[in-house]
Write a protein that binds this ligand. Structure first.
Ligand code: BGC
Length: 760
């Protein structure tokens, strides 16, 4: 290995060509000094290469989109990309998910090739979408998707998911994760809402931070931790039309109040890289927005690492957004806006364009140096120069029972019980259950997208030994008690009524697993939010049997089910709960475990009435001008348990506070039912009068507590002065004098309340 570039540093080098002088804190960081020192040795071509990220299959035999069973690295392509074009980053996979041993072979070959043939031996940084486990390595642990973690209201589960995912990524020699998704999504039509922590900013702040801490630990050089890449800055999750990558229109004060905060929290927690929004906000494409990238993200939020484009999004400034006449102009716009690395991902043209633009004086060298210094900084921080790949044999917990158990616990806490008429659940042993529906006997229905493949809908990559919902129910109740018929697919024909009723005749209860075919990004776009008609028809046909009906939803979005909700005795929303989701559902259905999850988004009753819980007063105005217009199927924060919790009156420490003071409050709750259970205590604030129409309510804190039957607990919370603030039209956080209401409890619409006054 050549370590020539790791020189003892002299402090003036950073000034050469620097875009903005790094702050003292960064400069005192050894990795920054190493990066800066190495930067001085690079040619323009080498720098441009570092800024380029290509897909793995650009380096392998065959076409980019090949469907080979084994990927074979092509020496001519290695030379072309890694040596002639000095490419600094590789990402992603082909069609199939390689084993950790194959990942080791692939990444070792790439890094060794660089070590042997390049001038400076700068390892590539390998990027991967490990969004619910190291999902692109065969045999890895698959966790619930982010929306399920949000629904658990338990940040510890986000931390554990982050930690295990990091371990299994490093077992696959992958040091850099394109996760977490911190797009607050106030758009239930958007197909990627399942990849997010839902519609509330506070949950995104808390969960995002926990996930980042789990992934990164205390040192990125720890070979069980990885660097995160936060995505997609900013506003991607709330497109006006609901279609992926389509325009968002969000005023800056709302962007700051709701959408930027999760990124701020994650950067404060140590996140070093960020991926940009493929769409546009207020008419400006995310990849062209200098104000957002350079001023806000790198300036105000203080991002120390680098900014990555999304897939081919520099080209899309030409082909999709029409803000550049050709690719050359697109590169100029994006890099000058602050983009540091382009996920091209097919070729090295980006690097060539960067060189031409610098030579033509269209991009200042200082901008290039800033970008490359940031990239090298992250590479040094990750310890890649010392350990560019890892022996998979050193990771004996990979895919272990211990990790599966963690995934199971996460799934248990993520599944929301939405209806339980007359205690239809739990289902007693000895009950004859007829199971049906497209999600009932498929692992793909539990894991959802980004599972072994991008769409996650190919059962040929199913992991042996994992249980579908049907199999898990058969394990718990005994095969003779659990029968099955497919009923229907996600779309298409429904089995005949006569056939279905004949099967129902022999059952005591009917359990239907319904939902969406796994899909993400553009393929997840929908034209209507209603559950597909065939699945509604399946419920209607089976309802004619008169037998109790239990619905289990396996899907990312809250699909409209208004017409079948009254036909069901019990309803569970499982999101995409991961590999242990079948077992977790069987445990919840049988009462071995008690549901404890709450909705992380508002579940609409009508496709034409899409509101989030923060909605404004005017959203509540109904057809008769009464304030009854807000009428979702279920509210954000809603979810049932097999036990009941009683809240005592709320105690506030004061009825008036002043600037920068805090307010303390305590609440006592009792488990008044017969089951041990966990309750999510939610604390909301309502600003009663403000100069910008205030939200209906705003979540400011939550805590999940376990109580045995009869157990009593008192919880203390603090309302800070920051909690009272909102962003005004000058984009400043302010709190205004006036009355505030506190709401606390576990059930929206039935909370303990208190009031206080902010005097200024
Ligand atoms: C997605 C990103 C993802 C990237 C790499 C893009 O199409 O929008 O979320 O990280 O592909 O797979």
């Amino acid at each position: 290995m050549k370590y020539l570039h790791i020189l003892p540093i002299v402090g003036v080098l950073f000034l050469v060509g620097s875009c903005r002088p790094p702050d003292r804190e960064v400069f005192s960081d050894i990795h920054f000094r190493q990066a800066d020192s190495l930067l001085q040795l690079l040619t323009l071509e080498e720098k441009a290469g570092q800024m380029t990220n290509v897909g793995l299959t650009a380096l392998t035999e065959g076409p980019f989109w090949n469907d080979f069973d084994t990927l074979v690295l092509d020496t001519a392509k290695l030379r072309h990309f890694l040596i002639e074009n000095h490419i600094g980053s590789i990402q992603n996979k082909g069609i199939y998910p390689p084993s950790k041993e194959e990942w080791h072979r692939i990444i070792k070959t790439i890094q060794d090739y660089i070590a042997e043939h390049s001038r400076h031996n700068i390892p590539v940084i390998y990027g991967m979408d490990a969004v619910h486990g190291a999902n692109y390595t065969a045999g890895s642990t698959l966790f619930p998707h982010q929306i399920g973690l949000a629904a658990s209201w338990n940040p510890e589960l986000a931390r554990i998911t982050g930690e295990v995912t990091a371990y299994e990524m490093r077992a696959s020699s992958q040091p850099w994760n394109y996760a977490p998704v911190l797009d607050v999504s106030m758009q239930p039509l958007w197909g990627r809402i399942f990849e997010t922590f839902g519609e509330d900013t506070h949950i995104n702040n808390v969960m995002g931070k926990a996930f980042v801490e789990g992934q990164q630990g205390s040192s990125l050089a720890d070979t069980t931790r990885v660097a995160v890449c936060l995505k997609h800055f900013v506003g991607y999750g709330t497109p006006l039309s609901g279609k992926d990558r389509s325009p968002a229109f969000i005023p800056e004060h709302y962007l700051r109040q709701y959408y930027i905060e999760p990124f701020r929290h994650a950067i404060d927690a140590g996140a070093l890289t960020v991926m940009l929004n493929s769409g546009s906000v207020n008419g400006i494409p995310g990849h062209a927005d200098k104000y957002f990238i350079t001023d806000i993200l790198k300036g105000e939020l203080g991002l120390k690492g680098f900014v990555l484009s999304d897939w081919q999004d520099v080209d899309r400034l030409v082909t999709m957004h029409h803000v550049a006449k050709d690719t050359l102009e697109a590169v100029k716009i994006a890099v000058n806006a602050g983009l540091d690395m382009s996920m091209t991902p097919y070729d090295a043209d980006f690097a060539k364009h960067v060189v031409d633009l610098v030579n033509a004086g269209e991009i200042p060298m200082s901008r290039i140096d800033d970008a490359v210094r940031r990239i090298l900084y992250v590479k040094f921080k990750l310890g890649l120069f010392d350990a560019p790949y890892h022996d998979p044999a050193g990771y004996d917990k990979f895919g272990s029972e211990e990790f599966a158990e963690l995934s199971y616990r996460a799934a248990l806490e993520s599944i929301t019980l939405l209806k339980n008429k007359d205690q239809a659940l739990p289902l007693k042993y000895g009950t004859n259950i007829l199971v049906s529906g497209p999600g009932a006997n498929a692992l793909t229905a539990l894991n959802g997208p980004w599972s072994r493949t991008w769409a996650g809908d190919d059962p040929s990559y199913d992991d042996p030994g994992k249980k579908t919902l049907l199999e898990a129910l058969q394990d718990v109740y005994g095969e003779q008690y659990v029968s099955y018929t497919p009923g229907t697919d996600y779309e298409g024909d429904v089995e005949s009524e006569a056939h279905l009723l004949r099967l129902a005749d022999n059952a005591d209860v009917i359990l239907l697993a319904l939902g969406e075919r796994p899909a993400t990004e553009k393929p997840s776009d929908i034209n209507e939010l209603d559950l597909p008609a065939n699945q509604i028809e399946l419920v209607k046909r089976l309802h004619k049997s008169g037998k109790p009906i239990i619905l289990v939803f396996l899907q990312g979005r809250p699909r409209v089910i208004r017409t079948i909700e009254p036909l069901a005795d019990a309803i569970l929303m499982a999101y995409w709960p991961g590999h242990e989701g079948g077992r977790a559902l069987a445990s919840l259905l049988s009462g071995r475990e008690n549901p404890s999850s709450k909705l992380p988004y508002t579940w609409p009753r009508y496709s034409g009435s899409l509101y989030t819980y923060q909605h404004k007063g005017s959203d509540r105005l109904g057809k008769t001008f009464d304030m009854d217009g807000f009428n979702p199927q279920w509210e954000f924060g809603y979810g049932l348990s097999y036990t009941t919790f009683h809240y005592e009156e709320l105690n506030l420490s004061a009825d008036t506070i002043h600037d920068n003071e805090t307010l303390s409050l305590s609440i006592t709750l009792t488990n008044t039912g017969n089951y041990a259970g966990k309750e999510v205590v939610q604390l909301y604030l309502r600003d009663l009068v403000a100069s910008i129409t205030p939200d209906n309510r705003k979540l400011i804190a939550f805590e999940k507590v376990h109580l045995e039957p009869g157990q009593i607990k008192t919880l203390d919370f603090t309302v800070t002065y920051e909690n009272l603030q909102f962003v005004n039209l000058n984009n400043e956080w302010i709190a205004e004098k006036g009355d505030f209401e506190i709401l606390i409890g576990g059930k929206p619409g039935n909370m303990r309340t208190g009031r206080f006054f902010l005097n200024k």
